[in-house]
Write a protein that binds this ligand. Structure first.
Ligand SMILES: [Zn+2]
Length: 641
């Protein structure tokens, strides 16, 4: 998935449940998902009825499968003129062999962003033609169009796509810039598979640039050998900065919009970070899986927080000003780039191959996301971006974040992400999955006397599953873990901590790696709300009973403007709030400005303190020689072999 940065919120001291672009859609994800489930159930009932009452398999088939199409090409047109309308034009051409209807579907989601995107709602001015005259068309479901060709020949389908969603799974434009994903602009023939080659032409202003991971075959012409690759390679089109450097023997590009948004020292720093994290990630798997890699980044003043979305040879980051040039950025890059192996190639079988017409849940997302986030931390410490203390601090933040959330199993959280749980656990599989990675790494190293590590699990599965063109199963994962751990059984660990909801056994496991957890209890002022931040504002999603917020009359659905004089959209507001009010007496009056039903109101809350337990990972001052070796092994990426 795109990195929600919930795993990093704690390190930025940001208590909001989440603050990435996912949350923009979170509010609508539930109802739309329900609708889709209802739709598919209704459809199967209707299909069954049709089979009973009208015994015509041909008719039933016609409802689900497109006539075959060949010579598929797409053209994307983005000029100053469409930019002014915040639209991009997509044209699809293909050859048909007769008059059978062609069914074209638009994906319901962008892989990596585990939510239904409903991209079809951004389509306007749909038309189809053959030989210069228009063809009849209608819809067969919300994102499938049925076109009726007149006979053998070339058909063209055109539509405009509304490019105003600042979301790395979607399409977004400014007067001089376009980000688009193929999942938004490139329909596919329903039921005809995804193994068809396709070309993409980009038609744009003469002086504008194009960056994409797709293979270039001519001036602004690109090709992919199959649909999965086609829609996994987003584009930047327009005026932006781009430069490149060789890292681990391949060319890496850094494309940033708007021009000048990452320049001078900060740009040098990004390159330094990439040169430190990529080689240590390569070392885990033993190979670079891409020919070129593109880091594509948008900085927008209206965007709250930050979000990355991974692809096989690129990733797209969207960040707000509060995130730019902070220590979170190398971590974001390390996370997204590690996905080039873990999830884009080494992928749960439930997600292999991707399907585009509905949600595709897996109980193993904690491996794809949480373990990836563990390796982001490892890449930082192994690459030298942070020292051991920095690594412990990243780990401590994740512990505190998980401790503050309802007990949730990693497998359940993996499945639930599609419905965007609103109890704060929507992204818990990032930090908790990362901590599971640390525990597994330590237990494998302990059981193997540091001859093997979690790196072996990742590399072995990558070679066994991905190199055989398939996904891996949960059984394979645990077998690989057991094998690396010298035959140790993880049945009990799985039952209690992965399938189950028991608190992680830090006190038992961390000392095996010369680490332990210190717990500090502090009194902190607390408002008592859960909130979601997006580019529009900070939305209150939950008010804790008997909290300062409840007493003041704050309600779920309010937009939070400021608390105690601190703007709620400031990423540091909780820090600032706590440092000003932590020494004030309980009950001190606290102005809270909210927006409700379009009107601004000032409510008065009374300062309320709660006990907060913070976990801190510290080094064991007297570790055994073995524990010391394991600790060094984790921090430096080495084993005894
Ligand atoms: Zn991720």
């Amino acid at each position: 998935m795109r990195l929600s940065l919930s795993g990093h919120n704690a390190s930025r001291q940001q208590p909001h449940a989440a603050n990435d672009s996912c949350t923009l859609i979170a509010a609508t994800g539930g109802p739309f998902l329900l609708y889709r489930l209802m739709k598919s159930k209704l459809f199967s009932v209707l299909l069954a009825l049709a089979l009973v009452t009208i015994p015509s398999p041909a008719m039933a088939q016609a409802a689900a499968i497109s006539a075959p199409i060949t010579d598929v090409g797409y053209e994307v047109t983005f000029t100053r003129a469409n930019a002014g309308r915040r639209q991009v034009r997509s044209a699809m051409t293909f050859t048909v062999g007769g008059t059978e209807p062609v069914l074209l579907s638009l994906p319901a989601w962008t892989p990596g962003a585990y939510e239904i995107g409903n991209f079809a709602r951004d389509i306007a001015n749909f038309s189809a033609e053959e030989g210069g005259s228009s063809l009849a068309w209608d819809k067969v479901d919300p994102d499938t169009w049925r076109i009726r060709p007149r006979g053998v020949g070339q058909v063209s389908v055109r539509f405009d796509y509304l490019a105003d969603s600042l979301d790395n799974a979607n399409t977004w434009s400014k007067s001089d810039f376009l980000l688009f994903n193929g999942t938004n602009l490139f329909p596919y023939a329903e039921g005809r598979g995804f193994d068809f080659p396709a070309s993409v032409n980009v038609s744009t202003e003469a002086g504008w640039k194009v960056v994409t991971g797709m293979t270039q075959t001519g001036p602004r012409r690109y090709s992919a050998s199959n649909y999965h690759d086609l829609v996994d390679m987003p584009f930047f089109v327009g005026q932006f900065d781009v430069d490149s450097a060789q890292i681990s023997g391949t060319w890496v590009r850094f494309a940033t919009y708007p021009s000048g948004s990452v320049s001078g020292g900060p740009r040098v720093a990004v390159w330094e970070a990439l040169k430190l994290v990529i080689p240590v990630e390569v070392k885990v798997f033993g190979e670079v899986p891409w020919t070129t890699y593109s880091v594509m980044q948008i900085l927008d003043p209206a965007y709250g927080g930050g979000s990355g979305l991974e692809h096989q040879n690129s990733h797209v980051d969207v960040i707000g000003p509060g995130m730019a040039s902070t220590p979170v950025m190398p971590s974001l890059y390390a996370h997204e780039i590690f996905h080039a192996w873990n999830v884009k190639r080494l992928r749960p079988a439930d997600l292999w191959p991707y399907r585009y017409d509905s949600e595709q849940p897996t109980a193993l997302l904690w491996i794809s996301e949480g373990i990836t986030d563990y390796y982001a931390d490892l890449a930082e410490v192994r690459g030298g971006i942070v020292d051991a203390k920095g690594f412990y601090s990243l780990t401590s933040d994740k512990m505190s974040e998980v401790d503050g959330l309802p007990a949730t199993s990693l497998e359940d959280a993996s499945l639930s992400t599609w419905v965007h749980p609103r109890d704060g656990t929507e992204y818990i599989y990032y930090p908790k999955g990362s901590l599971a990675g640390l525990l597994l790494d330590i237990m494998i190293r302990d059981a193997s006397d540091n001859r093997a590590s979690l790196d072996n699990v990742m590399r072995n599965l990558y070679n066994a599953a991905y190199k055989s063109d398939r996904g891996f199963t949960a059984d394979e994962w645990w077998q690989a873990v057991t094998k690396a751990a010298n035959g140790k059984s993880f049945t009990d660990f799985y039952a209690r901590y992965i399938d189950g909801r028991e608190p992680f056994p830090y006190d038992k496991v961390l000392p095996l790696a010369g680490m332990r957890v210190a717990r500090d209890t502090t009194r902190v002022p607390q408002l008592g709300i859960a909130s979601l931040q997006d580019s529009v504002g900070v939305h209150v999603t939950q008010v804790l009973p008997q909290s300062a917020a409840a007493d003041a009359g704050i309600e779920a659905g309010d937009d939070l403007i400021s608390v105690g004089g601190f703007q709620a959209n400031d990423p540091e507001w909780t820090d600032k709030f706590r440092s000003r009010y932590s020494r004030q007496p309980e009950g001190t009056s606290l102005p809270v400005v909210i927006m409700r039903d379009g009107a601004q109101q000032t409510l008065t809350a009374r300062l309320h303190f709660v006990n907060r337990i913070e976990s801190r990972v510290v080094e064991d001052p007297r570790p055994s020689a073995k524990a010391r070796r394991i600790r060094e092994g984790i921090l430096r990426g080495i084993t005894a072999n």
